[in-house]
Ligand binder design. Structure first.
Ligand code: NAD
Length: 357
């Protein structure tokens, strides 16, 4: 089982190191190979997704990804910016289905910004389409490296687009996921004002015919954003486009206590996947040893479950994470009075110890 390890920028290397420790403790035949990506790769090779990194990712069974990005690259031409690496990997590897479970652990109900009774027992799954939408449509207007603004432009635009096959395949994935869980799917759109999302809604409604056992409802994205903080437990599985999914899943992360708790899987048609925490490279805390590595460790568990078919190992990791939370260990982002504040490496070591116990 070959795993490409791409730590990236900011806190990426710190949190990935902890997930690697945990993977290596499992005594599974895992072959890990590292490569640069994002700003780190730009520094060494002049491109955020060098060919060698892309080839390694293509050849691997699964990819463990940290995060990319730093404010210092904000003035680069867009194709050279670190974030293009993750967009490129998704596009080149056909990773179209992004699974972002938002689970509120009982131990962390008080770390959520919502009242404990609203989030206790929360277990929802956001499925975000990853390869279409406004992120991949035709842009107009380019900021240049030299002067950092749009010379000669009086406007800028990006184009929102989805093709029928793209919507159909994510709808099938979402219905199948809902069938394995609570049997309820909410498709989030903006069909009241956007043609792209009327198209989306019509196709999801058609695909529903294949899954009569799943209850489908449609919700506008502004309402969904509100319902997520009003009655989050009313959702089971949410399916939505690339941009709405990006925003709603960050919102959902706060229900769980911290974005540092939210893992994610991005899968292709064969369930080959890229696994990464839902958060970014957090330049504000990079190098300080305080980042929460649990989202990355839980992403490694998702990798074992979805791509490597190692359900027992995935459950061992999840149980170890639960155990350290019961022990009261907390990184700064989930710290509350009466718990013990630990750093990134201490949290990783504690998960390792719980795994071995
Ligand atoms: P971010 O997710 O990096 O950080 C938002 C806030 O959450 C910050 O205050 C940060 O300190 C905190 N945070 C994030 N992860 C944490 C963790 N594990 N433990 C504790 N606190 C954590 O989002 P941002 O600040 O908007 O973006 C920073 C950079 O990351 C940008 O360059 C952005 O483009 C990039 N980014 C990359 C990805 C990716 O690699 N997939 C995703 C999102 C953003």
């Amino acid at each position: 089982m070959k795993i490409a390890v791409l730590p990236g920028d900011g806190i990426g290397p710190e949190i990935v190191a902890e997930a690697v420790k945990v993977l290596q403790a499992l005594e599974l035949p895992l072959e890990l190979e590292w490569a640069d990506v994002g700003g780190t790769a730009y520094e060494t090779s002049g491109h955020p997704l060098p060919e060698g990194t892309l080839n390694l990712a293509k050849a691997a069974d699964a990819i463990l990804f940290g995060a990319v990005g730093d404010w210092k690259y904000d003035k680069l031409d867009r194709p050279l910016r670190p974030e293009q690496a993750i967009l490129g990997l998704r596009k080149h590897l056909g990773l179209f289905a992004n699974f972002r479970p938002a689970v509120c652990y009982e131990q962390l109900t008080h770390a959520s910004s919502l009242k404990p009774e609203l989030v206790a027992g929360l277990d929802i799954l956001i499925i975000r389409e990853l390869t279409g939408d406004i992120y991949f449509g035709q842009p107009r207007g380019r900021r240049t490296a030299t002067d950092g603004h749009f010379p000669g432009s009086e406007e800028a635009f990006d184009t929102m687009r989805y093709s029928r096959p793209e919507v159909e395949r994510i709808a099938h994935v979402a219905f199948q996921a809902a069938r394995k869980r609570g049997g309820k799917l909410t498709s989030v759109d903006k069909a009241n004002v956007l043609e792209t999302f009327q198209f989306w809604k019509d196709i999801v409604t058609d695909v529903h015919q294949h899954y009569p056992d799943v209850k489908l409802d449609h919700m506008y994205v502004d309402n969904a954003a509100m319902q997520l903080v009003k009655t989050p437990k009313s959702f089971d599985v949410i399916v939505t486009g690339n941009m709405f999914g990006d925003i709603l899943s960050d919102e959902a992360s706060m229900l769980t206590g911290s974005i540092g708790m939210l893992p994610s899987a991005s899968l292709d048609k064969q369930n080959k996947g890229l696994y990464e925490p839902s958060h970014g490279s957090a330049p504000d805390i990079a190098g300080k040893g305080v980042a929460n590595p649990l989202a990355t460790i839980l992403s490694a568990a998702m990798m074992l479950r979805f791509t490597l078919n190692q359900e027992a190992a995935a459950q061992r990791i999840e149980a170890a994470v639960q155990k350290v939370l019961w022990q009261g260990l907390r990184t700064a982002d989930i710290y509350s009075e009466g718990t013990a504040r630990v750093g990134t490496a201490q949290m990783g070591d504690a998960v390792l110890a719980a795994l071995r116990a």
